[in-house]
Design a binder for this molecule. Sequence first.
Ligand SMILES: *[C@@H]1O[C@H](CO)[C@@H](O)[C@H](O)[C@H]1NC(C)=O
Ligand SMILES: *[C@@H]1O[C@H](CO)[C@@H](O)[C@H](O)[C@H]1NC(C)=O
Ligand SMILES: *[C@@H]1O[C@H](CO)[C@@H](O)[C@H](O)[C@H]1NC(C)=O
Length: 388
Amino acid sequence: MEFRSSIVHAVTLVGFAVFFMLQRKAAAALTPCKFPAIFNFGDSNSDTGGLSAAFGQAPPPNGETFFHSPAGRYSDGRLVIDFIAKSLGLPYLSAYLDSVGSNFSHGTNFATAGSTIRPQNTTLQQSGFSPISLNVQFYEFNDFHRRSQIFRSQGGVFLGLLPEEEHFSRALYTFDIGQNDLTAGYFLNMSTDEVRAYVPDALDQFKTIIKSVHDQGGRYFWVHNTGPVGCLPYVMDRLLIKASQVDGVGCASPFNEVAQFFNLRLKQAVAELRQELPLAAITYVDVYSVKYDLISHAKEHGFRYPLKACCGHGGKYNYNTHVGCGGKIKVGGKEILLGKSCKDPMVRINWDGVHYTEAANKWVFDRIVDGSYSDPPIPLKMACYRDL
Ligand SMILES: *[C@@H]1O[C@H](CO)[C@@H](O)[C@H](O)[C@H]1NC(C)=O
Ligand SMILES: *[C@@H]1O[C@H](CO)[C@@H](O)[C@H](O)[C@H]1NC(C)=O
Ligand SMILES: *[C@@H]1O[C@H](CO)[C@@H](O)[C@H](O)[C@H]1NC(C)=O
């Protein structure tokens, strides 16, 4: 009691604000967050089966390393979101669109490969971009939130398949989206200036979605920025690049510069959201720097051929737009697998020209988990705190 009253005395001198800050600091240092669920929004970087369920399976050899068969992921194994779930002691996320064998009791994945923040005015057939843009993912989340509770109240099997209501306010909400918004413009032959011009609109829409999730009780947000898209074969192969636009690593600078521009604006958008939502903890994670470090120092990190797809067919990057990973051609009535996997995915970074290998995803996860690439510098297990 005496100790406590002397603290109170000191506090009166220094001010209550500081006291509360210190108290929060002490609490943060002591208690990791216990996230009971993860709700993920994004594109192929975190799709665990959404596009596969609705638009056709990611074919073998996807999944070969870890799942030993296709598992709805564009990789030989697990994605960063899988390592996030595992490290939080939660099961791998079922895709919301996957009606077979899914278990949503500890989270749901709304991401689909090819998703953008801004709804596209083209079909998947025309452009390769998913109709499940971020606003649609939010409609799905909204529907899931409401109806999961109606079904849980019926008891029985639903109790073991759907999350408790209180999970929605205690869950970690993860976001990894934006890469396809950038490539969408380029694939429509827009100039870099035209692509940059719609980035603010994309981020306004992103902010609206975070606020809508917050309106439904979401408080803890973990936001990945977008990676160095100019280092990926599908961009370098498809878009004309002048020699003067290639950096020392071999990546296409204009596309990486646009990605960095997007990231700068995303970071600002997150800072604005923190102001507008004082109850929310929003962590911005610089995945770009980790991926660029991995690609530009591949050898030092134990990897090989950073710009070449492991699974693919032909060309400078072992990538062919027409014959992707798992792609087959018919020769004299016989099907031949052209998009084959390499022998050593464990030491390769790029899986199929667009996505990363399990080994690379694990490497990225290991660097972001402790908060060294986060703003504020908050580790994953502390992401329910606004600051430490
Ligand atoms: C799609 O069309 C609508 C209506 O014209 C427009 O507001 C929107 O910006 C377009 N979206 C994209 C990604 O171009
Ligand atoms: C769903 O997953 C949770 C966590 O892994 C488990 O406890 C529960 O039994 C599963 N539900 C069913 C119906 O299998
Ligand atoms: C973009 O330009 C290329 C080359 O000029 C052309 O073949 C392609 O049809 C154009 N794409 C669109 C969507 O306009």
